[in-house]
Design a protein around this ligand. Sequence first.
Ligand code: NIG
Ligand code: FE
Length: 418
Amino acid sequence: MSTVLFRDISIIYGTYPAGIEFLRGWEANSLPSLVNHSILTEDGIITAFIPEKEIVVHQDWEVVSLKNKTVIPGFTECHTHAVFAGDRSDEFLMKLRGATYEEIAERGGGIVSTMKKVRDASEEDLLALLLPRIQTFIEQGVTTLEIKSGYGLNTQDELKMLRTIKRASKLVPVDIIPTFLGAHTLPPEHREDRNKYIDKICNEMLPSVADEQLARFCDGFLEKSTFQPDEIERIFETAAKYDLSLRLHTDQFHSIGGLELGLKMNCRSVDHLEVISQEQTKLFKDSPTAAVLLPGVSYFLNYNYAPARDLIDSDAIIALATDYNPGSSHIDNIFLIMSLAAVKMKLSINEIMNSYSINSAYVCGVSSRTGSLTTGKQADFAVIENENLNQIVYNTGKNPVVITVKKGEIIYQQNYSL
Ligand code: NIG
Ligand code: FE
């Protein structure tokens, strides 16, 4: 058994009691902490928080001094499209000159332009692109990372993306949560026969994904220009038969019943929600479905932010994420997302921290194991410079992380940190 004692910590944030797997509404506005305690771990699990004055070091223990720095729960980044090839900077310029995301997609750009690049890439090419992107998240204290497919849009290339994610998950020290997003948009070859593509998802892709155990979640993009509620319902009913949990991109540009379908189908989360009304936020009361907010998309596309405060007033479980992708949020900086959440969504720093740890871990279905610093959970945490967490949003986009620890092991350490 390997026992590690992390000591000399000024303050440990996110020390929830066991049994808490998410925080609803205003509950997320507090963040418990412990001052002058050390963290004892055994085989990667937190076994005790010991007051610094009472520590008696056992000879078998490895002792790591954190030099009076601050410890926070490892972040769960719960929504990314981190497997992609090429870039869409040309489209970004078109958007700056006034074109909308949907207009660009109608002209054959958007998701389909990344699809072409991904289809042309080999699994090795995609893996080589993905690994440094995962490292960027690790260096920001991310200990659980969700990654979606959705740029293959045929059986062979969707499986290629998911196999890339699976290979990466064996090479990196963090937990990777794979999500199948075959219903991202209609590929051009199926423009005229939508049902055939949906049949392909249900009869070819989902059985193969389940057979090779390539995904934990099935996601879809419900929007005027992509998939309609009845189409997503059919895909999700099939996915549920294969034991995949459900998530949904919805109400990004138009409210056409997606949120209501996501709640009815007990999705683990509904993501985006930039255009929902105050009335619609009330639907989250008592719902197990979390609202994943993506302020990077609103910034990058320069339009509405989801009504975060109304969602909190309606007692929703809210989480935050980058939506890192080449088209609508080419942002891999989680601290910039946090600043946008503070400035544009009026979230408090405690709400932001909880939305990026316990609640985003809940979205990924892993909050019984990670997302807070709790005895019995994994020792997944980040060591940061700042004692006052408000500095995170004040120091816009600056990475405060000096060490990342996953299951009791240091997996990243800034060169000049300790
Ligand atoms: O989450 N909304 C749809 N899908 C992505 C965008 C992907 C892309 O544009 O490549 C999103 O915003
Ligand atoms: Fe997305």
